[in-house]
Design a protein around this ligand. Structure first.
Ligand SMILES: *[C@@H]1O[C@H](CO)[C@@H](O)[C@H](O)[C@H]1NC(C)=O
Ligand SMILES: *[C@@H]1O[C@H](CO)[C@@H](O)[C@H](O)[C@H]1NC(C)=O
Ligand SMILES: *[C@@H]1O[C@H](CO)[C@@H](O)[C@H](O)[C@H]1NC(C)=O
Ligand SMILES: *[C@@H]1O[C@H](CO)[C@@H](O)[C@H](O)[C@H]1NC(C)=O
Ligand SMILES: *[C@@H]1O[C@H](CO)[C@@H](O)[C@H](O)[C@H]1NC(C)=O
Ligand SMILES: *[C@@H]1O[C@H](CO)[C@@H](O)[C@H](O)[C@H]1NC(C)=O
Length: 344
């Protein structure tokens, strides 16, 4: 009799346990299914050709391991064209006929074509032949679908050591220039300034090239750096500001887009804008005076207490950022007038 009872009890126990584990399993399965539905699928980003022919390794899950962006698969293998969620075309190679758009291939309905350029509009040439082909743009411009500025400010991690202004020698202003053209606006401002103050000029043009190692050290010894863009266009702010001036530790004197464009990226009191002066003489007088006023000069470095410069140099990081933007970007967008967009 007791055996029957214990058998019966065991059966009940077994039933309870199996029901419980079944239930658990069901819960786990549901959770996986929900997570799968909610989690965006992996995106495949195809780079049609490498910018300027310089390739990087795409082995492993680069976006996840290097930049903390999961579910973003980068490839430069053109045979993935039919599966790619987005195809990226760097403009320089199209323009110089080193590469071509795959207009002969059937284009998957949901695939986005991305026009990529870091050049100012005048260097891109006439874009009208690309009208009606691209869905998204990827440039330094804030209004691009995938904005890729040359640099940005990021908050300092807590307890990081404070920035030291490099020791200044008797150098007031420096400028590094390789491509000097007399008709550039920046050349005219330089010629105006040098009548009133000494400017140390380096680079290919004056045949005083600086090595990678000595560049920042040399500029850092000067109070000011002429961060003059070679082309004046909205939002076009390059490594002349981020690297040559900020990273070297010299106060940038900027010539480029409007003050408002700079202030969208950096602290208002961290640079001197050429347009704020009525003449190069006025600017020269201001620089000379500021260099002797230690407290006012040091105020230009105040932002360093809370922020540091992050520059973008690796194309992979920029490509991975497509996946971050992907889901918030409009589908069914087409650039019917790329020139008009680029010059706006
Ligand atoms: C997404 O990519 C990761 C890493 O490559 C891989 O482990 C995972 O299986 C992929 N998921 C899907 C749904 O394809
Ligand atoms: C490109 O992808 C195809 C198809 O997946 C594969 O057969 C081929 O080996 C790949 N090529 C390279 C260079 O990885
Ligand atoms: C580009 O070329 C087209 C046709 O050749 C012309 O109509 C257009 O004005 C040009 N655009 C620019 C910005 O030069
Ligand atoms: C950061 O600084 C705070 C206050 O100065 C200190 O209490 C803390 O231990 C520091 N943390 C690290 C990681 O050094
Ligand atoms: C530029 O000139 C205007 C008008 O003459 C004057 O009000 C302004 O103060 C000048 N700017 C500077 C920076 O001196
Ligand atoms: C992308 O642009 C093309 C025009 O070339 C258009 O036919 C297609 O519908 C667009 N696709 C998406 C997903 O926006």
């Amino acid at each position: 009799m007791t055996t029957y009872i214990s058998l019966f009890l065991s059966a009940i126990m077994l039933f309870i346990i199996s029901f419980y584990t079944f239930h658990q399993r069901l819960l786990v399965l549901t959770r996986i299914a929900v997570a799968h539905l909610l989690r965006p699928r992996n995106l495949t980003i195809l780079l049609w050709h490498w910018p300027f022919g310089v390739s990087y390794s795409l082995g492993g899950d680069v976006c996840a391991t290097e930049y903390g962006i999961p579910g973003c698969f980068l490839s430069d293998n053109a045979s993935l064209f039919h599966h790619a969620d987005a195809v990226v075309f760097h403009h320089h190679e199209l323009r110089t006929s080193r590469s071509y758009l795959p207009l002969h291939l059937p284009r998957p309905a949901s695939q986005r074509w991305i026009w990529l350029s870091l050049e100012p509009p005048v260097n891109n040439g006439n874009l009208s032949r690309y009208n009606g082909l691209f869905n998204w743009t990827m440039t330094y411009h804030r209004q691009a679908d995938v904005p890729i500025p040359y640099g940005k400010l990021v908050p300092l991690p807590p307890n990081s050591s404070s920035f030291m202004i490099p020791k200044k020698g008797d150098c007031l202003v420096s400028w590094v220039v390789s491509n000097y053209q007399p008709d550039h606006e920046r050349s005219q401002v330089y010629q105006g300034l040098r009548k009133y103050i000494p400017i140390q000029v380096y680079g290919r043009w004056p045949r005083r090239p600086l090595s990678e190692q000595s560049l920042l050290r040399t500029i850092g010894r000067c109070h000011f750096y002429l961060a003059f863009e070679n082309s004046v266009a909205p939002d076009y702010i390059t490594e002349k500001l981020w690297r040559n001036a900020y990273e070297a530790g010299a106060v940038p004197v900027v010539l480029g887009p409007s003050r408002a464009d700079y202030e969208a990226l950096v602290a208002p009191g961290s640079f001197i804008h050429v347009n704020d002066f009525n003449s190069t003489q006025e600017l020269a007088v201001f620089l000379k005076q500021l260099a002797t006023d230690r407290r006012s000069y040091e105020n230009y470095f105040k932002w360093r207490q809370t922020h540091k410069v992050k520059r973008y140099t690796d194309w992979r990081e920029r490509l991975c950022s497509i996946c971050v933007s992907y889901y918030r970007l409009p589908s069914n967008k087409v650039y019917y007038d790329l020139d008009a967009w680029a010059y706006s």
